[in-house]
Design a protein around this ligand. Sequence first.
Ligand SMILES: [Zn+2]
Length: 456
Amino acid sequence: MFTQKRSHGRLRYWISTLASDEFEGRAPGTAGGQLTKNFISQTFQDLDLDPINGSYFLDVPTSEITLKDSSYLTLSFRGNDRKMKTGEEVVFWTKQARDYRKIRDSEVVFVGYGIVAPEYNWNDYEGIDVKGKTVVIFINDPGFSTGSPRLFNGRSMTYYGRWTYKFEEAARQGATAAIIIHDEEPASYPWSVVESSWSGSQLSLQRNSDDPLPLQLESWIHKDTLNRLLQYTGFNTDSLEEIALSKTFKPFIIRGLELNSDIYNTVNYFKSHNIAAVKKGTTKPDEYILFTAHWDHIGIKEDDLSGNDNIYNGAVDNATGVAALLELSKRFSNVNTDRSILFLSVTLEESGLLGSEYFANNSPIPLKDIVAGFNFDAIFPSGKSNDMVVVGYGASELEDLLETELIKNNRYINPDPSPEKGFFYRSDHISFAKRGVPMLYSNNGYLIVQMRDILY
Ligand SMILES: [Zn+2]
């Protein structure tokens, strides 16, 4: 199958195949997703790489929750119900896989940034019990808002600034519902992204019985909408921000404001898959180098932003990364390395890094044996360059090894140009990095050539 002798030809073949209309934008749970998984696993097989426990397909149990139109959310002030316009004013959903959830007369608590971070001496939930209540939260973190390098990580977003963290923490605190206030600059994306990302069906990992229960309701509210609701309370988002940043901040109930909601869902279960293969090492076979790239993209959508056929082909995000992974597997398939190499193409990245999270949480290879990992996500085809961007610069000692190799070739590392956008938390390496695996996430394909020296 490898008629192309040169890597350029192979990369072109892999990218154009994965991004072709036949693959339908590679959404998990679709025929195009199945074609993608078959294509990657067939390549591993042709290269004679080892499966894990007898298969290249690793199960990822998934639930698909679709909110029905009959669902609603109201925020009432002193008993005057105001049904929110879904999409325009709020988006809401539940990650609890149930047909019906209801919330009645839930008091609304302002919890600032919704952060509990002992290492920064910061606790936005101090002194309040939010059980049964609805928490309202600012996106990003106090360092971003003030620009002060002494608060959190200054303008660089910390994990505490991410929406995923806000919902996780609110659930840990026992809240019933959480609403994040959308503001374009600290969120780093416009309201339209919020609207499109959280409408339609939502995919989640199936919960194990001992996993913490997610919130009954997760939601974003448009900043202008919230300001309209707050006009009789004496607050607005500017005054709330000032309060949230004060050293003496304590969370408080916004008197008179209550949330009610009926949530009707259709729930389906299916299995997606991470596709994995191993090339055994010679002298240190129990130590692994990980290469990872997500295979999924967003499939076919009803809107027509993608052009004229509604297929989101995802050539850059992430056919390029998968092509890099396949090229590495091809190159390493016929050479001996000291350590073993794990080639891992994960699913459900676009749904919140679910495939990598599931792998890291249920790894068939002990994570402590993975000594270094490299993630490829959206390698921009921008031509030759002397620099390499390291996203989340400063997070991994692998950067030092990379820098040494780059200098030999008159090249250099370009630190993450927009750390305030939190890209470091927005791809699969984070599922491993947060569990202590040294990971490098670099946005340039030339990494492949240089890496050979490090690996041998
Ligand atoms: Zn991606």
